[in-house]
Ligand binder design. Sequence first.
Ligand SMILES: [Zn+2]
Length: 85
Amino acid sequence: MQPLRCSECQAQVLVQKNSWEHTEVQWSAEARSRCREFGSASGPGRRPGAPVITCSAMEASLTRAAAEGLVEVLDDAPVPGPILQ
Ligand SMILES: [Zn+2]
C-alpha cells in the first residue's frame, strides 16, 4: 500500500490499486476525523442515515494519481468500456 493525500481535506490514507476497478483504501483514525465527507451521515445523493464510507474528493484524487502513474496499478489490464459506479 502507498500513501495518498486527499486534495480536498488533506486526509492521508493508504491505497492499493489491485486493478483499475479494484481499489483498497485504508483509513486511519486521523484521516477519518480530517475528512469532511467520510463518515458523515448525509451527503448528496445518499439515503439519510446511511454512513459514507469514502470521500468523493479522495476518489477523484486516487483516479488522477493512478492515471498519472503516481499510484501503481498492480493488474494494469485495460478495462472493457468506461467504469460506471
Ligand atoms: Zn476527503
